[in-house]
Design a protein around this ligand. Structure first.
Ligand code: NMX
Ligand code: MLT
Length: 438
């Protein structure tokens, strides 16, 4: 079979040549204007970042290397062992994001083997994680754990040894594969430490997601499938989202992939980004306990009442809205389909469905929100909860394991294409005023 490394090596020269040609022949071509609103408003829609791995359309949602989520589910190799039921292997999607090619089953399996072989943590990482206070947020622990594993960075060693720039991507790939391989054990150690006995049991006969489930302490085949779905759909969301962008920015200084992705994790830990994963479940539990205590039924009417209380308190409805999307997130839809297939009678799934029926109308009436529809975070928690994974403060860590695959696939291409230090121009308020008073 053609290995991952061989597949990439065959692509790099042509991609480099194409980019050089684009710059040389069309470098001064204008692709957009920037308004004052965009300058002070988080650079929404400003096109200023090259991204190979995925693209987000406001109406249609994400495409990974040109493929929608249902298309990925149709063509990517799946797990052939007992616990497989049709969801793509994370390894298949990793291959697709890195190379732009759909792998054969054999290629996906070779990547599983490569990731397993790279999964051993440096000896100091688990003792360090064991020493952290249990009340420290799991996302803080994840970032610390990954930073600690950076002692093994091949990229930073190669840089210190003075390797030529044209070889950076080879060393970056070494780290990228190792970060993706090592994150599950870091994440599982945190979960087992914070909520259980600290023991982590691997099963390397399984795929990446199945082994991760065992390390977390779960062995329900349907949960394995959920993990495959969860890890695939959270990987990438084009370049502008805060975690991918942070990874790309830090990486542009030639910080190695460990340090770069720790930066990404710290961005993911914010409530407007990945922390919404936990906030949705928290919101639902608060709603349930309030109405249970009042002896009220949780239905469309009481949900509407609780939503208005949240909005009137000046808080956001977690799991709703998006900086780019203007329709229901297809990542929400595929999780809904998973629930309909595997857990149709689950009471929390029904509750999430009722929220979906009323919330867009409430947010439209509220009048501020550009997108009144649910995003990915709106559904993930209730699926996890169904399988007994109720520690919602931990949920964003799963997002963090997945996002590494997308953000770091792009980081490979950042180095292969020799992209420079990212350094946009900031302006002062006086300068902005001077532009309108001319
Ligand atoms: N509930 C209440 N208000 C909202 C919501 C919401 N779900 N979404 C946006 N708004 C408000 C927003 O705070 C802003 O108010 P103000 O003018 O007072 O500052 C106004 O509506 C306009 O914001 P938008 O242009 O609609 O949204 P923006 O692009 O600035 O932000 C999010 C996008 C995702 C940060 C925002 O929709 C939000 O805070 N959603 C809830 C948190 C969430 O679900 N985040 C997860 C995103 C996905 N992810 O995983 O990263
Ligand atoms: C993501 O997956 O990164 C979120 O949906 C946020 C975004 O795309 O901005």
């Amino acid at each position: 079979i053609t290995t991952l490394q061989e597949t990439l090596a065959a692509q790099v020269p042509e991609k480099q040549a194409k980019l050089t040609q684009l710059k040389k022949e069309h470098g001064s071509h204008v692709i957009g204007n920037v308004t004052i609103d965009q300058c002070i408003g988080g650079a929404r829609s400003v096109k200023c970042m090259l991204w190979e791995t995925s693209n987000l359309d406001a109406e249609e949602g994400i495409r990974f290397r040109g493929l929608t989520i249902p298309e990925c589910q149709a063509v990517l190799p799946t797990y052939s062992g007992k616990t497989g039921d049709g969801e793509p292997l994370l390894e298949s999607l990793f291959w697709l994001l890195l190379t732009g090619e759909v792998p054969t089953k054999e290629q996906a399996d070779s990547l599983t083997a490569e990731l397993h072989a790279r999964s051993t943590l440096p000896a100091h990482v688990v003792p360090l994680l064991n020493s952290l206070p249990k009340q420290m947020h799991p996302m803080t622990q994840l970032s610390i754990g990954l930073m600690a594993a950076q002692t093994e960075s091949k990229f930073s060693k190669a840089y210190a040894d003075g390797v030529p720039k044209k070889e950076y991507h080879l060393h970056a790939l070494e780290d990228i594969l190792s970060v993706v391989a090592q994150l599950p054990e870091i994440a599982a150690t945190i979960y087992r430490n914070v909520y259980f006995d600290g023991k982590v049991n691997k099963d390397l006969s399984l795929d990446y997601s199945g082994n991760f489930c065992r390390m977390l302490g779960y062995d329900d085949p349907s949960f394995d499938e959920l993990m495959r779905l969860y890890l695939c759909i959270h990987t990438d969301h084009e370049g502008g989202n805060a975690s991918a962008h942070a990874t790309h920015l830090v990486g542009s200084t030639l910080s190695d992939p460990y340090l770069s992705y720790s930066g990404g994790l710290n961005a993911l830990a914010g409530p407007l980004h990945g922390l919404a994963n936990q906030e949705v479940l928290k919101w639902i539990q608060e709603l349930k306990s309030k109405f249970d205590a009042e002896g009220k039924e949780v239905n469309a009417e009481s949900i509407t009442e609780f939503a208005w209380e949240t909005l009137k308190a000046g808080k956001v409805i977690p799991g709703y809205g998006h900086a780019v999307l203007r329709k229901t997130d297809p990542r929400y839809t595929c999780q809904r389909e998973f629930a309909l297939k595997h857990i149709p009678d689950d009471p929390l799934f029904k509750l999430v469905d009722t929220i979906y029926q009323v919330m867009p109308g409430i947010l439209k009436e509220h009048g501020k929100v550009a997108n009144p529809y649910p995003n990915v975070d709106s559904h993930s928690g209730v699926l996890l909860w169904h399988y007994g994974f109720t520690q919602y403060q931990y949920y964003t860590v799963l997002f963090g394991v997945s996002r590494a695959v997308g953000a770091l696939s792009q980081l490979y291409w950042d180095r292969a294409l020799g992209l420079p230090l990212e350094r946009p121009k900031s302006v002062t308020p006086e300068w902005l005023w001077s532009q309108v008073q001319k």
